[in-house]
Design a protein. Structure first.
Length: 271
């Protein structure tokens, strides 16, 4: 992801907290007296809250992990339980055309983001003190050592067992495809991971379905445009996206999904 789109979680969370606490602030030409202001949340305290939320600990190799009994894991489990019920209903009752697949209906599908939806990047966030750097992030992705987000390989397996197709849609670049695909397989995602099922951001040779905002000469797609356009493309291939999963609002905006599932992630923000 571009640095301009991936904002350090600490700064973002403080900005959100500040927005809730601040008034207008400074005096202006038409407002002689400053309104009430308040100090933003302390960064040290915020980091502690994030650690508690993830149940942060370091393993024997010094890698930062999230505890499986953490509030984060419990929140994921609640979202996944709801999603499984919805997937089961969609698979049982067919899609928009009234059939599971074939000429009279579209085959149900789910679409998952990768970073912090399918693969957990908590170790990167902790070791970089929640500060994004394109070079270190690229190396981290290509190392293909991220663990799965709790419960997500099981959700994918459940969906496939219900006859639902699985797609991955990520803001990772085309040059990071191999690292992402290798990591997904290692993390337990037992599903098709070819180019027809894993969509990356290819700025050099963007697909024709993104022609409104991307050409080989210039990429102008926002995250929302890229992901919305790709989901639209998936549906044009005969699928009904019954569920879209992401850890950012921008992963899910734009439609072309019957339901959207926002997974928790307080560590960074993507526009």
């Amino acid at each position: 992801m571009r640095k301009s789109l991936r904002v350090a979680g600490i700064a973002t969370a403080c900005a959100v907290a500040g927005a809730a606490l601040y008034g207008t602030g400074a005096a202006t030409a038409d407002n002689a007296s400053a309104r009430h202001t308040a100090e933003p949340q302390n960064i040290g305290l915020l980091v502690g809250e994030i650690d508690d939320y993830y149940g942060a600990y370091q393993d024997a190799d010094g890698v930062w992990r999230s505890a499986p009994d953490s509030p984060y894991a419990k929140d994921l489990a609640r979202i996944q339980a709801k999603a499984k019920k919805d997937i089961r209903k969609a698979a049982a009752h067919g899609t928009k055309g009234g059939a599971k697949s074939g000429a009279h209906g579209k085959k149900p599908a789910i679409v998952l983001d990768v970073d912090d939806t399918s693969l957990l990047s908590f170790d990167y966030e902790k070791t970089t003190n929640y500060t994004y750097n394109s070079a270190t992030w690229d190396a981290y992705v290509k190392a293909a050592k991220r663990p799965a987000v709790f419960g997500m390989p099981e959700l994918v397996a459940y969906a496939k067992g219900q006859g639902v197709e699985v797609f991955f849609l990520t803001g990772l670049s085309e040059s990071q495809r191999d690292g992402a695909v290798t990591n997904l397989a290692k993390a337990g995602y037992d599903t098709q991971l070819d180019r027809q099922h894993v969509f990356t951001k290819d700025k050099t040779n963007p697909p024709a379905y993104l022609s409104d905002c991307a050409t080989p000469a210039k990429w102008e797609c926002t995250t929302v445009q890229f992901k919305e356009g790709t989901r639209k493309h998936i549906e044009s291939k005969g699928y009904d996206v019954v569920g879209s999963f992401g850890d950012q609002a921008s992963d899910l905006a734009g439609g072309y999904a019957d339901k959207a599932y926002k997974l928790p992630n307080p560590t960074y923000f993507v526009e």
